[in-house]
Every structure is written in C-alpha cells, then in structure tokens.
Design a protein around this ligand. Sequence first.
Ligand code: ATP
Ligand code: MN
Ligand code: MN
Length: 301
Amino acid sequence: DHVVPEKPVPQRPADSTVEISSRDRVVFPDSGQTKGELADYYEAVAPIMLPFAARRPVSLVRCPQGRARKCFFQKHNSGGFGDSVHHVAIREKDGGHEDYLFIDDMRGLLQCVQMGTIEFHGWVARSDAVETPERMVFDLDPDEGLGFEDVKRAARDIRDQLADLGLSSFAMLTGGKGVHVVVPLTPGHDWDAHKDFARRFAEALSMAQPERFTATMSKAKRKGKIFIDWLRNQRGATAVLPYSARARSGAPVAAPLAWNELKNMDNAHSYSINDAKTLLDRAQSRSLHGWGFADQRLPDL
Ligand code: ATP
Ligand code: MN
Ligand code: MN
C-alpha cells in the first residue's frame, strides 16, 4: 500500500567533495603531514595542476600506510577508485589492450588521494591522442657526487641548446634530486620521431661534453656526471607531473620555476605540500605566466 515513487538520481556538482577517510593518518612520518593535509594540498593546487595532469594517462605512487611503509607504482586500472577516475584502453606491444588511468577534475585527483596516492606521474601524451606525444621531458639525474649547482648549470645549457634549435623550454624542480627541462610541443609527430629526437639530443650533448654528461642509463658510466634521462620520452614512459607531491622525506612537491628563479635555488625539494598558498600565488605571477605552454614543433636534428 505504500509504494515509494522512484526518486530521481540526484545530480552531483562536478566538484562535489570526496570523502577522505583516516584524515589523521600520518603519511610523512619525518615531517608529520597527514593524509588530510595531503588531500587539502591537492584540493588547493588542483586549479594549477589539472592543466598538466588532466586527460593524460597517469601512473600513481600509492602508499596506503604512508611513505615509510610499502609503496607501489600503479599504471593500470584495478577498480575501486571511484567514479571520477577514468580509464582508457591503450594498445600494448603484443597487440592486446590494457586499461590506463586518467583523471579529468579535482574530484578524480582527490579520489586517487583517498586511495593512498602520494605521487602523480603522467605520459607525455594526452589520453585521447596517445600516439602523438605533446611534450618532451629531459630528466637530469646527477650522480651522487654532484651538487645542485651542477644540475642547474646542466639545465641552463640544455635550455640554450634547445633555444638554438628554436625550442622554448621550462624548468621544474622534481621534489627529489634533479630538474626536469620540459619542452611543450604541438602534437603531430609520432613516438619514433619523438624518442629519436630526445635520444639524439641527449647523445649530442654527451658527445660534446663527455666529462659532464652521459646519455646512457648505466650507473657505472654515470660517475661524476649528469645522466640526461631522455627515456621519459618513449611510449608508455612517465614523468612526475607538475605540483605532484613526492613520497620522500619532508613531503616535497614538483615545482615549476621560471629560468631566472632557478639560479637562486639550493636544491630540488624547496617546496612542500605546506606551500600550497605560495605555489598558487607564484602560478599567478608574471614570471610563471605561460609556464609549460608553447606552440612549437620538433625541428629536424
Ligand atoms: P629525481 O629528481 O630525484 O630524479 P624524478 O622524478 O626525476 O626525481 P627518477 O628516479 O629520475 O625520479 O624517475 C624518473 C621517472 O621514472 C619517474 O618520474 C617515474 O615517472 C618513472 N618511474 C619511477 N619509478 C617507476 C616504476 N617503479 N615503474 C615505472 N616507472 C617509474
Ligand atoms: Mn630524475
Ligand atoms: Mn630518471
């Protein structure tokens, strides 16, 4: 006798909040930040992070028990993330397909954090155009003996070499030890051309100055040198995304920088998840205006 009429499904606003469980769980034991603080950081920087993080395949560094416990790198969809963590089927080398993750908005970002994500890494291609890369990343990995001054000088040299080829580039502190030099590109070329350019560029530098640079991953050949890690630029590889937190001591973040700011930096982990306000202010500033964007194509090398 009391038939309940079917209720219309409530429409949720696109940015409706994500329930974060265990907000008080300490994720960064040596500096004390909690899961709640990490979520608040990502909520705050979402507007400046999403232009780089949205709509590209992402890999997540998940540390459900905090960074001091077991962490794992996740690139495939395992389900359970929530309605704003999407997947895209991407062809594998063997001809099969695998589901990769991507997000589109703050809700997706926070659903990943709810699942224990600390770091966000991304492809250098968009999820709706995975065969046409649209940025090149030179990841400068210094050998243990080197100081940050060497990294800064290498980054500036790479910027100058790229400029000679007509390419604008941008610097980012990784939140770890190195700097990434990011070259935005208008999509149009394929992965072979992309990887080929990156490799040849890195090899040319290491051949011109073999005492400073190496283009081979081998640790033995890296002694006292900077490895120009061009391998971020092959299909399926990832690089840490701008404003991603790092699962490292002190809760540092990957931070875009203007070239004229780089010379004042003492290390690659100068900003942390405590600095959301500073990072937002900086992103509005004139020196970072247009960071990471340029309409340019790969020249012949
Ligand atoms: P640093 O400045 O300390 O080098 P980084 O982010 O450049 O920081 P790298 O060790 O150089 O760190 O790693 C380069 C990239 O390799 C990472 O950004 C990540 O995208 C990818 N990577 C790291 N760990 C894994 C993993 N377990 N599986 C797949 N890719 C990984
Ligand atoms: Mn690196
Ligand atoms: Mn590397």
